[in-house]
Design a protein around this ligand. Structure first.
Ligand SMILES: Cc1ncc(COP(=O)(O)O)c(C=O)c1O
Length: 379
């Protein structure tokens, strides 16, 4: 127990979200390399089959990244110049950048104060005759409030990069929106290093994405080009890693649940620190543990907490800085309305280390460092 209740600074930096890679992944990569399939092949196809079953969706397509998944989803739905896409400002910039790449305009609407997902009433108010798609984000693994968004009757692309394990009101994320996009990036719950997935129940969208992810339709030297495709397919080497991670998804979820429970207990005792709300009607993917730091009660700002934790050898991160405040978006869309909830949250949120690669002792180190820092600032 002495290690679990350590009262001193860690000797080495604790990584924020290191991947949990074991002998299985290493063996699967070696086997794939020996098989000769470096590009898209049988393992990518197997990943698509198994993910379709896991996501309870008709079609899953393996892609090069979550960003490519979002981009091809927009293209498949015909989004282009003159169109508007309603989305959340609290997301990784990829969500907005791909809207810009299609020539459409991202319309950022403010988020709900409790979970920082898009506010459905504000999304409805932002809809115009130009709105082609609504693009909610399932921040940290909490599904956005999808039902009122679906009632708008506008095609939906769901950014579920954080939400591979999530359910919304009993339904599996991946089976609900017109298109759902996942990421297999190194930090994600199913991590291949890089990679992405699209799930859809609409055959014509699946076919469009099949045509868009490669340069050709057909096999061998007799091919045709129905549309100018992208190069957005997934390598079998990465698919092999993703398959191992899928095997471990429940085992890893159990470790995440323990880490969340430990943080919940600790944070409840720290005045001014509040975790994002998790809706009990849903299954949360527990991808990120985000706390909000209210400087007036916590005795210091989020930035001061982040610096003090770094001095304690605890790496943290921010998910996310509001996209509409970043240079490109400020300059390109100067008439953007203020989004006060997102803007305040952007200054208050801090993500704590979370990974199935972390031990109970690692998480105890985070908690004791957080207590020391809180004592110093608020005590
Ligand atoms: C919310 C969100 N959307 C999209 C992406 C893009 O995914 P990728 O990095 O696989 O391109 C990420 C993260 O990486 C993300 O966190």
């Amino acid at each position: 127990m002495s290690k679990l209740s350590s009262e001193t600074r860690r000797e080495t930096m604790l990584g924020f979200q290191p991947p949990a890679i074991g002998d299985e992944e290493i063996a699967a990569v070696a086997e794939t390399l020996r098989s000769g399939w470096l590009t898209t092949g049988p393992r990518a196809a197997e990943l698509e089959r198994r993910m379709a079953a896991y996501l309870e969706a008709e079609h899953v397509l393996a892609l090069a990244s979550g960003t490519a998944a979002l981009h091809l989803a927009l293209v498949a739905l015909g989004v282009g110049p003159g169109d508007e896409v309603v989305t959340s400002p609290i997301t990784w910039p990829a969500t907005a950048n791909v809207i810009v790449h299609t020539g459409a305009t991202p319309i950022f609407v403010d988020v709900s104060d409790d979970d920082l997902n898009i506010d459905p009433a504000l999304a409805e108010a932002a809809v115009t005759e130009r709105t082609k798609v609504i693009l909610p984000v399932d921040l940290a693994g909490q599904p956005a409030d999808l039902d009122p968004l679906l009632e708008l009757g506008i095609p939906m692309i769901e950014d579920a990069a954080h939400a591979a394990e999530s359910r919304y009101r009993g339904r599996k994320v991946g089976s609900i929106a017109d298109v759902t996009c996942f990421s297999l990036y190194a930090t994600k719950n199913i991590a291949a290093g890089e990679g992405g997935l699209i799930s859809t129940n609409r055959e014509e969208i699946a076919q469009a994405v099949r045509d868009l992810r490669l340069m050709r339709r057909g096999d061998g030297s007799r091919y045709d080009i129905p549309v100018p495709g992208y190069k957005a397919n997934l390598s079998d080497v990465l698919a092999a890693i993703a398959l191992c991670q899928l095997d471990k998804v429940e085992q890893h979820a159990e470790l995440r649940r323990r880490q969340f429970a430990a943080y919940d207990t600790a944070v409840a005792e720290l005045d001014g620190l509040t975790p994002l709300t998790r809706d009990e009607r849903d299954v949360h993917a527990l991808h990120l543990y985000v706390v909000r730091i209210a400087a007036d009660r916590a005795g210091a700002t989020r930035d001061e907490y982040q610096r003090a934790l770094a001095e304690e050898n605890i790496a943290t991160s921010i998910h996310f800085l509001p996209v509409h405040r970043l240079t490109y978006y400020r300059e390109r869309f100067p008439d953007q309305p203020e989004l006060p909830i997102a803007e305040r949250a952007g200054d208050e949120i801090l993500s704590l280390p979370l990974s199935p690669a972390h031990s109970d002792e690692d998480i105890a180190d985070v908690i004791s460092a957080l207590r020391r820092v809180h004592d110093r600032f608020a005590g």
